[in-house]
Write a protein that binds this ligand. Sequence first.
Ligand code: FMN
Length: 316
Amino acid sequence: MQVSGKISLLMAPMVDLSHVAFRELVRSFGGCDMFYSEMLNSRIVPQEPAQKSVYLKWSRTDDLVFQIVGNDPSKMAESALRLSLFRPRGIDINMGCWLNKITCHGWGVALMKDMAKARDVTEAVRSAVDIPLSVKMRLGYAIDREYLVDFGKMLESVGVNFIVLHPRTAEEGLKKRARWEYIAYLKDALNIPVMGNGDVTSVQDALFMIKQTGCDGIMIGRQALREPWIFRDIKCFLDYKEIPVNPDAKKAIMDLAKLLGKYFPEDIALKRFKKSIYWLASSFKFNHFIVKELSRAKSLEEAELLIDKIVPPAPG
Ligand SMILES: Cc1cc2nc3c(=O)[nH]c(=O)nc-3n(C[C@H](O)[C@H](O)[C@H](O)COP(=O)(O)O)c2cc1C
């Protein structure tokens, strides 16, 4: 999964945002090593119709990791098995989502409260599939280095192939800074690869994270929504190549609209386009105006025309 001496670049799972159309956009700039799907509900996956589902859409799966969420070992195993039939790069268990609508069921980061339950879930998924298995997790409910390491060792002993650590507590959500030093603690304690996640917003941040933590890979979420070319830039930097100039953001926005229209029904494509614009237009000084104007669009075509009218093309 992770080649020694090579840093893996991963795109984070993000509900309604890390979908097939966005993955295609990122691939148009060179892609990344692994794309994580948005979290998939293990109560639904086993019977979800693959052809019709808006969640089970892909153009290719060799670089795709399906993330599943839940806490029932048999449902999680069944979901993993079903998804493995589409030959993905791997399966990930969500032990990081902090939202109440997830944790109230004992899912996401709530699994980190109960090591025995987390072990049962992980063992069940591990026995169901033989493709790479990762766990994306947080610090848990407290800042406790010993517990974090014990939890990581438990996952390692059950056969997880690598861990992605977003070093914030459950309560912190996306607030405060990600405590990268905990990525280093976990990396030092485990034999399996540890990927770092949280607050990487530039090539320099990526370099700092690698240097500070010794991590085996970097997962990027929000900044990839703003700059879908960030993986290309980091890769160029790590390969001692010149970083290309930023692509035309307007063209990226228009390309995403086209890709959404290609993969999703009109209403869902429009909703997802509106969600992405908040991030993708962030390089424009008048991005709030763009988001506001676009919120009124009633169709994808109207949205595209609006963007074309109000966003200037790149100079040059
Ligand atoms: C809109 C949004 C949706 C998210 N959805 C998921 C999800 O489905 N599964 C998950 O494990 N994390 C989810 N996350 C957390 C991200 O994967 C990531 O851990 C977090 O944004 C920190 O990384 P970043 O600083 O690079 O954005 C979500 C984050 C955002 C902003």
